[in-house]
Design a binder for this molecule. Structure first.
Ligand code: ATP
Length: 242
């Protein structure tokens, strides 16, 4: 089970005439960091919603190993280890940082003592112990975003979908984020799907990158290949990428 891949197979989504996704296929391999990039409106968030079960696809299947999750409710997918973070972080604002993590850890550990231990270990690993007792709504922006990732990790995901984690971060915070994301598969054994516009972050952490444009997959390859791909440069990266 833990070696299963998450398969996005021929996914299309139509919104009353708008084709948001057009027969997109790729797989998220265990332990891998895969980037999902493309211009605004390309369909990235729609694909995350399909994977997490909040958007029903018009065509295609989502599979975890041999299990078909296409019709599965978001709660089951979450229970099976598919987790996401949000562009707007959505912490429990009146809770402390520790309580935010413990709430998610309780989904992974049946006993509350084990959940507390897990939350503490993730706080330590993400270097958030110093702010553990602060209320979420008093945190600086960059710290709040880090807590969003830590909270998702507290839930013990097998597939972590990060939705624009670098948005609004300064250069130093981006360096920290690069280091954090690079270490997630090694430390937690989970795969990461990274949706991100910051190409420095994407190029530094991804094993593989999938590019979508107008709902269609236009490329999938290693970062150094994507950087030089004329189709990708034309659609998204521009000449400055070189
Ligand atoms: P961004 O980088 O700006 O977040 P994106 O790649 O995540 O963009 P999506 O938000 O998935 O793109 O949108 C893909 C297309 O589907 C866009 O044309 C968008 O306007 C449209 N769309 C998304 N959600 C809906 C909806 N609920 N109803 C109608 N159209 C939608």
């Amino acid at each position: 089970m833990s070696g299963d891949r998450l398969e996005i197979d021929d996914i299309s989504v139509q919104f009353e005439g708008i084709v948001a996704l057009d027969h997109v296929s790729f797989a998220l391999e265990p332990g891998q960091i895969c980037g999902l990039i493309g211009p605004n409106g390309a369909g990235k968030t729609t694909l995350v919603n399909v994977i997490t079960g909040f958007q029903r696809p018009t065509t295609g299947r989502i599979r975890l190993g041999s299990r078909d999750l296409t019709a599965a409710r978001p709660e089951l997918r979450s229970h099976l280890g598919i987790a996401r973070t949000f562009q707007a972080v959505r912490l429990f604002r009146g809770f402390t940082v520790r309580e935010n993590l413990t709430a998610y850890a309780l989904g992974a550990e049946k006993k509350s003592a084990a959940a507390k231990d897990r939350a503490e270990a993730v706080l330590d690993w993400t270097r958030l112990s110093a702010v553990a007792d602060r209320r979420a709504d008093t945190l600086p922006y960059g710290v709040e975003r880090r807590v969003g990732i830590a909270r998702a990790l507290a839930g013990d995901p097998r597939f972590l979908l990060l939705d624009e984690p670098a948005a609004g971060l300064n250069e130093e915070e981006c360096d920290d984020l690069i280091h954090l994301i690079q270490e997630i598969p090694k430390h937690f054994g989970c795969a990461v799907l990274l949706i991100e516009h910051n190409m420095r972050v994407v190029m530094n952490v991804c094993d593989r990158i999938c590019v979508i444009d107008f709902g269609k997959k236009i490329a999938e390859a290693a970062p150094h290949v994507i950087m030089k791909d004329p189709v990708v440069r034309n659609a998204y990266l521009g000449e400055e990428a070189l």
